[in-house]
Write a protein that binds this ligand. Structure first.
Ligand code: HEC
Length: 115
């Protein structure tokens, strides 16, 4: 076995463990967070926001947006739907009616997981 193939095998084992982690309700939460990340990407939130160094710094850096106790899933969903409800001067576009309720829920789970 070459060094490269050992490293590759180790990687496969790590990926496998990550998948096993989420059994039961944890699995559905992991799935929701992953679905929310896809909603974030599909709506191009990164054109104004940075998450973990990726994106544009027009809006706030969202890398740790879920760490603030005020930022509950509900608050985050409301902010995406209508940013001016929280901040009358916000220049962020309202996504109400543009993102389905189901996708907003996933997006809220994703954003609140960022901490
Ligand atoms: C045209 C630029 C733009 C786009 C696109 C955009 N945002 Fe924003 N966003 C902002 C700006 C500017 C702020 C800061 C002002 C405010 O509080 O609304 C902000 C604030 C936020 C906040 C509040 C952060 C905090 O700490 O208070 C969240 C959460 C957020 N955006 C999520 C999103 C998500 C999710 C998307 C994609 C669906 C998105 N944004 C798309 C510009 C944008």
């Amino acid at each position: 076995m070459t060094v490269a193939s050992v490293a590759f095998t180790a990687l496969l084992v790590m990926v496998g463990c990550g998948k096993n982690e989420g059994s039961g309700s944890a699995a559905s939460n992991t799935d929701l967070v992953a679905a929310g990340k896809a909603v974030f990407d599909a709506n191009n939130c990164a054109r104004c926001h940075i998450v973990a160094g990726q994106g544009n710094p027009r809006g706030r850096d969202l890398t740790r947006v879920g760490a603030d106790p005020k930022h509950t899933m509900q608050w985050l969903i409301e902010h995406v739907k209508n940013p001016r409800a929280h901040n009358p001067n916000s220049t962020m576009p309202a996504f109400e009616g543009k993102i389905s309720e189901q996708d907003l829920k996933a997006l809220g789970a994703y954003l609140s997981s960022l901490k």
